[in-house]
Design a binder for this molecule. Sequence first.
Ligand code: GLU
Length: 433
Amino acid sequence: MTDLVQNYLDRILAEHEPITEGVLADYIPELAAVDPTGFGLALSSSDGYVYRCGDADTEFTIQSVSKPFTYALALQKIGAPAVDARIGVEPTGEAFNEISVDDETKAPKNPMINAGAITAISLIPAATPDARFALIRDFFSACAGRPLEVDEAVYESERTAGSRNRAIAYMLDSFGVLDGDPDEVLDVYYRQCALKVTSTDLARMGATLARTGLNPMTGRRVIDPAVVRRTLSVMLTCGMYDAAGDWVSAVGMPAKSGVGGGIVAVLPGQLGIGVYSPRLGPKGNSVRGVRVCRSLSAQLGLHFLNVTRESRSTLRSVSDVGDGVRVYEVHGDLLFAGAEQVTRTAQRQHEEYTAAVFDVSRVDDINDAARTLLAGLAATLQTVGKHGFLVDPDGIVVPLDSPHRAAAYETVADAVAAAHTWLSTRPAAAVDD
Ligand code: GLU
């Protein structure tokens, strides 16, 4: 059976495929050698299911997408007051590699610019640079749910070409902001930036933040909820270089991009998204990555200020009422993530029933993306010889004045009776084996 959400995401990716604007980052020579056409998208639901599209399993270097995670690790290890004493949380509106600090405190303005990220590394308590890097790598791997490795060529390339970052590190050292030897801290920074990830990894790392620090795939708590809240806050205000304001308005998800072409975006409580496309726009963000995220947000209603009144499990109950009829009772506010859960469950279980009744009479609110998914579910079930019946007395999915209103039932009893009638009269050819 075709999967509705997978189809939808594949289509979004295909729509953006022809965009070739932007250029590869070349100030780190190895980055100019990657395949410019790579294009991957992965979306993890809050229960850890990952949809993968295009080159979702192609590895690339994490670069600045590492910054929020190292900041989270520093907060986790030494607490917010100690981190705040060295790194601010104010957006700068400056480029990522600007040699910039707060005029008065001399501390980097936020952890998403290089000055703040290099400082964050220096705050992670460890006896040696190797031990410090091991803590970072283990932490990133726990968020991704698999062990991550360094791209040695990219690491060497940046190490030998990094005079800008050396300038930043030595400036921070001169202000007494950096804990440790600047060259040692930088070496860890370059290794961290050269960690290899896929869009799928970024979606899982994003989902770990979406789940307030619990990796939904491994079930392991990796980050404290208060640390996640702080991390998402700076991602929201400072995550997209000097295009952060435009991003928040148009996409509305805490995010971080990197010059390797990756973007991680998080819809708190609901989704983690990873995108990869290495051609960058003038502000250093992946051109196709940003466009895909804009489309996803607009079409699926993912802006974080589209607030659901309650976020509870969408499926209230699933029950079999005899003769192959299964009733799914849906409740609460139904946005994309909730509808995804309902359609995925019904699709996954389709061999366990012949007719499915979807009761949305307890759904309080719904958006267009969820309505489209639920409306499409009946059609997709038909392709495998099953039939869906909708209980929708208030016109939540099929409006009361719609010409298709006859397809909706007032009560579960009515829909179950219709299902039985359909079962007894359907043509023999449609009978499943
Ligand atoms: N390693 C890169 C640098 O420090 C990361 C830059 C980025 O992704 O923004 O220049």
